[in-house]
Design a protein around this ligand. Sequence first.
Ligand code: ADP
Length: 171
Amino acid sequence: MFKAVFPGSFDPPTLGHLNIIERASAVFDELIVVVAENRQKKYLFDVGERLEMMEKIVKSMSHGSNGGNQARNNVRCASWDSLIVDFMKKEDIRLLIRGVRGMDDFSHEFELSMMNKSLHPDIETLFMTTESKYIVLRSSSIKELASFQGDVSHLVPPLVAEALKKKFAGN
Ligand code: ADP
């Protein structure tokens, strides 16, 4: 069984994240999307909101009703408020997936993978390169765009676009 985790803030989930989930779910037997809760970070959506969005998205992906993004029925979601290596130890998973958009992402991800390896030598980090259409897609710019009531419907799943609209209503 090749089980893998795909951890991230997903604040909020974007079509770039979904693309990685879709492709990773095609390659591994089971994929767990881990929504991270880090007390040092400030999020727009709290962990419960992010997990709920991700669960709904994954469900609609496995039903093929998510605008072209499709995942197999082998994806589940979880939240975690500590080191990802501890989640992986608990679940007995060795493979960690990270998406990379370019060299900037890679140098950061490379350091993270070294850190994780030093904490838990059995862990292997696998990098999945983004698809070119998602290269400039990042949660932070989507939040900024949405805060000015910009149209984000081509960048995120419909339920995320709706949630962003609600968050920034009245701004
Ligand atoms: P984190 O705060 O852990 O970096 P993110 O939610 O920003 O969490 O990203 C989670 C993972 O998804 C990271 O590996 C990140 O590089 C990847 N990712 C984010 N946006 C994209 C994208 N457009 N294409 C491919 N991978 C992406």
